[in-house]
Design a protein around this ligand. Structure first.
Ligand SMILES: Nc1nc2c(c(=O)[nH]1)N[C@H]1C(S)=C(S)[C@@H](COP(=O)(O)O)O[C@H]1N2
Ligand SMILES: [Mo]
Length: 268
């Protein structure tokens, strides 16, 4: 069949609009893929089992979001990365849930499944460190108005959830169906004094890390040892230090700062 696309002239505004939409959608997908590749996430993503040609963690994020890759994989929602020489030691900010009654030696990360009966699994720091190590240098932005470039190292939340099938209702090892994915995650300190709520797309975002190192050093207690969140698409309030509990949930979880009047999503 002859290619008529060169000389086809859109004859109405509607056709022009359709064409523009088609082109920008393609441009968007290409730039999204490039951004993932530059993060080193692409190789991991393409090694995952596929559904309809799309690796399942990504597929699920797209499904959960309900839009064409929209909010989470556009360049606008991939937080910018910085050269390492720009890193600074951040001040420590916020110590809710970081009381002294804590023994890192007996620490376990407790994860509870969406469905009843709750399946509770306990993970060690070595379990997290056994996952692919990801480094990212991004800006930690506090709602108080300061920001600082930090180099984080840890495991992708998505790798953790994928390996153990944690986001599926039964906490099993396979993803049964796309709509079965837990829509929300609650992350809290061991004493539950500080807690954040996340939608699943944000939790599985390729830049969301379970961190054990900050600026090349193991996390210090003030910065959330043994494990903390870093999620550069969100404000610092979501970077929960000293993670103790992760719960997959069907309802939007409470959030420490949202309970005090801040935006629940805390994206920027
Ligand atoms: N457990 C816990 N995590 C927390 C907080 C807190 O009060 N308790 N404060 C948050 C806020 S407001 C910010 S800006 C960052 C600061 O991280 P940093 O202390 O490592 O600089 O931690 C976040 N994580
Ligand atoms: Mo903050």
């Amino acid at each position: 069949m002859a290619d008529t696309s060169q000389n086809s002239t859109p004859s109405s505004d509607e056709q022009v609009q359709r064409e523009a939409t088609r082109r920008s959608r393609r441009a968007f997908l290409v730039s999204g893929v490039a951004a993932l590749a530059s993060l080193g996430g692409w190789r991991w993503l393409v090694s995952q089992p596929k559904e309809a040609g799309i690796p399942w963690p990504l597929r699920r994020v797209l499904d959960a979001n309900g839009k064409l890759a929209g909010e989470y994989f556009s360049d606008a929602h991939l937080a910018p990365v910085f050269p390492k020489h720009l890193v600074r030691e951040p001040r420590t900010n916020g110590n809710v849930g970081l009381g002294s009654n804590f023994d890192p030696a007996t620490w376990r990360l407790q994860v509870s499944s969406l469905a009843e009966p709750k399946r509770i699994q306990a993970f060690t720091l070595d379990d997290i460190k056994a996952l692919p190590r990801v480094e990212i240098t991004t800006e930690l932005k506090c709602i108080e108005g300061w920001s600082v470039v930090v180099n984080w190292a840890g495991a992708r939340f998505a790798d953790f959830a994928t390996k153990y099938g944690l986001a599926t209702p039964d906490g099993g090892t396979t993803a049964a169906s796309a709509d079965a994915l837990a829509p929300y995650v609650r992350v809290a300190t061991p004493d539950n004094a500080y807690y954040v709520g996340l939608d699943i797309a944000s939790a599985l975002h390729p830049q969301t890390l379970l961190c054990y190192e900050m600026n090349g050093q193991p996390l210090t207690p003030e910065h959330g040892a043994p494990l903390r969140l870093a999620m550069p698409v969100k404000y610092g309030i979501k970077y929960l230090k000293r993670i103790g509990n992760i719960q997959f949930m069907s309802q939007r979880p409470a959030d420490y700062w949202a309970d005090r009047g801040y935006d629940w999503n805390a994206g920027h």
